[in-house]
Design a protein around this ligand. Structure first.
Ligand code: NI
Length: 265
């Protein structure tokens, strides 16, 4: 299982982070984890995990919630962090209109600056879109050379079709197991097989029957199980294709896996 969106820097993992990650990569069947930064400090934490765990990778970026708190030189700093061999994406970036702050103008500025960074450097992006579907999609699609994933997808079936046709990936979270998941089950069933990803967004969005508990990548099995039921296939198949898709999007080939093997030794 490739968990394409995690936040192991969260303080809810402070007590048992190392033991937990060791068990996830051991008996829990997790093969790869992408830890996503939300600002410069958490991007650095993501890199520190990638340096410690062979199959952990990092995305570096500034979340829309942090749009008012970015240092003036944040684009330069992110560009430097992208040089690290286990940094595979710019993220998470995007728009979040659920709260009134930061202002939409500030969020768009920071989102656009990071999309330009991705365009210039050729990295894929991890997009956070909450209650901002139209603006997020318009901006994403206006960068024809940038591709990436809409994480914990919450848009419409129609938007999913437009995005995947344009080469974007759709990541399904534990929300697909919720009773109030609304349109997500239908979307998870309909995404083209080569554009589907899975994630935990841990410690958030724990799938049923553990909803409310702290999430971790081990619970991804419940999300995969649900998607397999919806698509009339096996969990093994969903785990396999979503891992292949993630490796393709984030360009995790033999060379970068060898860096992990070195860490293992
Ligand atoms: Ni996130």
């Amino acid at each position: 299982m490739f968990d394409t969106h995690a936040h192991y820097d969260d303080s809810r993992f402070d007590e048992d982070r190392d033991a937990l990650l060791a068990s996830l990569f051991g008996e829990k069947g997790v093969t790869h984890i992408l830890n996503c930064g939300c600002d410069i400090p958490t991007s650095l934490r993501s890199i520190s995990f990638a340096e410690k765990y062979p199959r952990m990778y990092a995305a570096v970026g500034v979340h829309p919630h942090e749009a008012d708190n970015t240092p003036d030189d944040y684009i330069n700093r992110l560009e430097q962090l992208l040089q690290h061999p286990k940094v595979v994406a710019v993220g998470e970036i995007g728009l979040d209109y659920y709260y009134d702050t930061p202002s939409r103008v500030a969020q768009k500025k920071v989102f656009l600056e990071q999309m330009r960074l991705a365009e210039r450097t050729g990295y894929p992006v991890v997009i956070h879109d909450r209650d901002a579907h139209k603006d997020c999609m318009d901006i994403a699609l206006s960068f024809s050379k940038v591709k990436g994933v809409f994480h914990s997808f919450s848009g419409s079936l129609e938007s999913m079709k437009i995005l995947t046709k344009a080469g974007w990936y759709i990541s399904v979270s534990g929300v697909v197991t919720f009773k109030n998941a609304q349109k997500l089950p239908e979307i998870a069933a309909a995404v083209d097989e080569d554009k589907l990803l899975v994630e935990t967004d841990c410690p958030y969005l724990t799938p049923v029957p553990f909803r409310g508990k702290r999430n971790d990548s081990g619970y991804l099995a419940y999300t995969i199980q649900k998607i397999a039921e919806l698509r009339g296939t096996t969990p093994e198949h969903i785990a396999k294709i979503t891992a292949e898709n993630a490796k393709k999007l984030f360009r995790i080939g033999d060379e970068i896996e060898r860096i992990g093997d070195e860490i293992e030794k």
